[in-house]
Design a protein around this ligand. Structure first.
Ligand SMILES: [Mg+2]
Length: 435
C-alpha cells in the first residue's frame, strides 16, 4: 500500500528522451549498482568489436513490453515507441506485449494498438490480464472447463461473456443472467438490471424447496472468473459469496461444512465450491484523474474483506494472475516461444537457437519488474528486467521502492533506450540505424 501510494501519488510526467549511448547507460547503471547478475556486457563497444548481424540472423533474445507507461500514455504513443517496435519488426527480432489491462477481445485491443503504434501486431504476440484463462478451457483440474458452467464478471458482462466464449468456454453465466432469473437474489436496485442481453440460464436455480435428489437438475457453477474491473461490486460480491458458501457450487444452497471446527479450515471452501480467479491484482492504476483510481485489486480486497468478516478471519482461497504472478510469466514465455518460432520459421530458420534472454521492459517495479525478476523459466531463459522512466515510476520520488524483487536489472530513460541497451548487451547494436 505504502509503495503504491509512493508510486502513484502524483501525476505522471513524460520525460523527453535523453541522448545517451547504450554504453553510457550501462556504465551509469553499473555505477548505481543496478546491474544484474547476468553475463557481463561486451568489454568494448567500439564498432570494430561489434558483430553486425543481418536480417537473416536468428537472435537468441526477445522482448516483452508492458504497454501503458512504456509504449502508450493515455492512448498516445510515447516518444520512441513506434520506431522501436518498427525496428524489431523489420529485423525479425521477436517481441510480445504483456499487459495487465483487459476487458476487451484480444483481437480488438490488438487492432487498436497496431493502429496507434503503426506496426503490425497480432494476437499471437499479445497477452492481456485474462488471456491465460484460455488454458483452463481444456487444461487444469478435472480436464478443463469447456463444457462446465462458469460465472464471469467484469466491467461489462456481455463483453466478458463474449471473451470467455471466444476462449472456448461453452456455458457462460453472468450476474445479470442470475438476476434476470431470480430478482430476489439481490434485494436492491442494481446496475445489473440495466444490462442488456441477459441470457436464460442453462438450468433452473435451486430455490430451497427441492429435495436433494432434484439438486442435480439445478444450476451448478464450476468456476468463477473476474475478467476486469467490476462495476456493480455489491451484486458481484453477493453472488460470489453465495457460491463460496454453497454446496458444490449449486447457487442457493449452503454448505453444511461451513464453520465446522472439526474440519480442516473449519470447513470453509471444503465442499467442492467453485474456484475463484482474478485476472489482475493491481490495487490502483493511473487514469486521467490526477490521483490513482482503484482497480481490480480493490475489488478483490473487498471480496476478501467480506469473507474475512463472515468466516471470522479464515483466509480466502483464490487464484490471482496478471503481472507479477508467476503463472502469467510462464504463459507469456510459452506465447513468446511459439511466436518466436513462427517469426524465425518465416525467415527459413526451422531450428532456431535456444532463447537465451528476454528483456522485460516495464514502468512498474511492483508488477513488470518484480514479475520478471521472480520468474524461473522452465527452458532456462533469463528474464532481464528493464525499468523505464516514462511511466509510474519517478526517479526522485520512488528510488526507495527498488528493493528485493522490485530492483530492476537496469534503468533507462525510455523504451528506445531499453531496446538499444539490450541490443548492445547482445552485441547486436550494429543493426540499430537510429541515433
Ligand atoms: Mg505500465
Amino acid at each position: 500500500m505504502a509503495m503504491n501510494r509512493a508510486i502513484w501519488g502524483a501525476r505522471r510526467g513524460l520525460l523527453a528522451p535523453r541522448r545517451s549511448s547504450p554504453a553510457a547507460v550501462y556504465r551509469r547503471a553499473a555505477a548505481a549498482n543496478y546491474s544484474t547478475s547476468s553475463p557481463s556486457p561486451p568489454s568494448s563497444s567500439s564498432p570494430a568489436s561489434q558483430r553486425v548481424p543481418s536480417k537473416t540472423s536468428a537472435p537468441a533474445f526477445a522482448f516483452a513490453f508492458d504497454i501503458d507507461g512504456v509504449l502508450l500514455h493515455v492512448a498516445e504513443p510515447i516518444p520512441g515507441a513506434k520506431e522501436s517496435l518498427r525496428f524489431l519488426h523489420d529485423n525479425n527480432i521477436p517481441f510480445i506485449l504483456l499487459t495487465n489491462g483487459g476487458g476487451k477481445r484480444e483481437a480488438d485491443r490488438v487492432g487498436f494498438l497496431a493502429e496507434r503504434l503503426g506496426v503490425p501486431l497480432s494476437t499471437d504476440n499479445f497477452v492481456q490480464s485474462h488471456t491465460p484463462f484460455r488454458q483452463l478451457v481444456d487444461g487444469g483440474e478435472d480436464g478443463g472447463l469447456r463444457d462446465k458452467t462458469i460465472l464471469v464478471t467484469g466491467s461489462d458482462y456481455e463483453r466478458c461473456r463474449a471473451i470467455a466464449r471466444e476462449y472456448g468456454f461453452r456455458n457462460v453465466v453472468t450476474p445479470a443472467d442470475l438476476l434476470a432469473a431470480e430478482p430476489t437474489l439481490f434485494p436492491f436496485r442494481s446496475l445489473a438490471e440495466l444490462q442488456q442481453g441477459a441470457t436464460p440460464l442453462p438450468k433452473p436455480l435451486y430455490d430451497g424447496s427441492k429435495s436433494s435428489l432434484e439438486l442435480e437438475s439445478s444450476l451448478k457453477i464450476d468456476a468463477m472468473f473476474v475478467f476486469d474491473d467490476p462495476r456493480d461490486w455489491a451484486v458481484d460480491i453477493q453472488i460470489i459469496m453465495d457460491l463460496l458458501l454453497s454446496h458444490r457450487g449449486y447457487l442457493g444452497t449452503l454448505s453444511p461444512k461451513n464453520g465446522d471446527a472439526s474440519l480442516p479450515g473449519c470447513g470453509w471452501q471444503q465442499d467442492g465450491q467453485p474456484p475463484l480467479y482474478f485476472s489482475n491484482g493491481d490495487l490502483v492504476w493511473a487514469a486521467k484523474y490526477h490521483l490513482p483510481r482503484f482497480g481490480q485489486g480493490a475489488f478483490q480486497a473487498a471480496v476478501a474483506g467480506v469473507w474475512d468478516r463472515y468466516t471470522g478471519g479464515h483466509p480466502l482461497r483464490r487464484t490471482v494472475i496478471g503481472k507479477p504472478a508467476g503463472e502469467t510469466y510462464r504463459f507469456a514465455e510459452r506465447v513468446l516461444t511459439s511466436h518466436r518460432h513462427e517469426t524465425l520459421r518465416r525467415m527459413g530458420l526451422h531450428e532456431p537457437p535456444a532463447l537465451r534472454s528476454v528483456y522485460m521492459v516495464g514502468d512498474n517495479p511492483e508488477s513488470d519488474i518484480a514479475g520478471a525478476n521472480g520468474h524461473v523459466s522452465e527452458a532456462g531463459t533469463q528474464w532481464v528486467s528493464v525499468l523505464v522512466k516514462t511511466g509510474v515510476w519517478n526517479e526522485e520520488r520512488d528510488r526507495g521502492v527498488l528493493v528485493g524483487r522490485k530492483k530492476p536489472g537496469v534503468i533507462v530513460d525510455d523504451v528506445r533506450e531499453a531496446v538499444k541497451w539490450a541490443l548492445w548487451r547482445e552485441r547486436w547494436e550494429g543493426l540499430w540505424k537510429g541515433e
